[in-house]
Design a protein around this ligand. Sequence first.
Ligand SMILES: C[S@@+](CC[C@H](N)C(=O)[O-])C[C@H]1O[C@@H](n2cnc3c(N)ncnc32)[C@H](O)[C@@H]1O
Length: 358
Amino acid sequence: MFAFKVSKQNAEAAKDYLRKTDLLAPHMHASREGDFVFFPVVKKAKVSASIPGNFVQKKFESVVHTPSFREALVATLGQKLGHEAIAGYDTVGTTAIIEIAKGMETYQTKIARALLDSNRNIKTVLKKESAMQGEFRVRQFKWLAGIRTYAVEYHESGCLLRFDLRKTYFSTRLATERNRIAAQVKPGERVLALFAGVGPFALVIAKKQPAAQVVAVELNPAATQMMVENVRLNKTANVLPIQGDVRAVLKKYPKWADRACMPLPHTGYDFLDDVIAAMKDGGVVHFYGFGDERQGVFDSSIALVEAAASRQGVQCKILEKRVVRPYAPCVFQVVIDFQVVWSQGPVVKKRAAKKQTK
Ligand SMILES: C[S@@+](CC[C@H](N)C(=O)[O-])C[C@H]1O[C@@H](n2cnc3c(N)ncnc32)[C@H](O)[C@@H]1O
């Protein structure tokens, strides 16, 4: 094919000129030889005298163009449907999870294949078949394209997690939270990783702070089994996985923990009394809930924490409140970090003394 040959000094100007005049051939890389650069062109043409160069014959390697997901959708479904089809997806390891809009089911395999074509890191495409359901917070999936598997390998903060998506809850979107909490854990801390799933909170904490002792409690036997395997894979001997109901297990850990994570936003409030009873004086709880921004996004979660603290006869000091992620229109998942203060006397007196001096 033809190439436009210019000296190195004129290469930038030549590239600009060839691009603007639509002479530059797409999907090809320019090549360099000594002091000259060769630009692949679609045809010979008159070039401005201000760009000194000449046309020569040359062979070029063509560059493989990977289309974007949207480009691949348009290529397979045509302009109209290709733009209507959803182009967002989540990934867990090399598995992509997509939602197919109502009415688009006929095209779901084409959509899944377009995703494989547009992203070489994706090996499997699954479709969400249900919302998170039941006590175990498990979702149903349907395989659409690529390697036919529901098993995933996922890396986070130096940990490797293996699990079956059909048998357990898992969300990559809590990675920031896991890191945030792990960064707070000090050597020697006793941590309760409650509602532990396949162990992401427990493992990230244990890996980051090997001198911490982590007890991880999960009700779902299949998820617990995968957590046991993940503890072995990551050589985190400082994690003790326990299969059972948090309420029953915590009875064996009165006033034991320096820290507890409660990532069960739908019904975690039901366990606040049990968790508070398992905290040492000064222990910190990370409590997850939901909040509606129209009613004060943190208000309902703080009210639940305060009510449980009052039932347990302790004080709770709110250390931090954060929005974790959007959940529904106007509704957000939130986290409330609070400290449990068993020895109320001095705290109450201090406040009273402050008031008196005003
Ligand atoms: C939202 S998931 C969080 C899982 C995990 N921490 C993660 O971030 O991937 C909540 C987990 O709590 C478990 N669970 C629900 N009720 C429980 C209970 N009473 N005792 C122990 N675990 C429970 C569910 O099976 C589920 O795996």
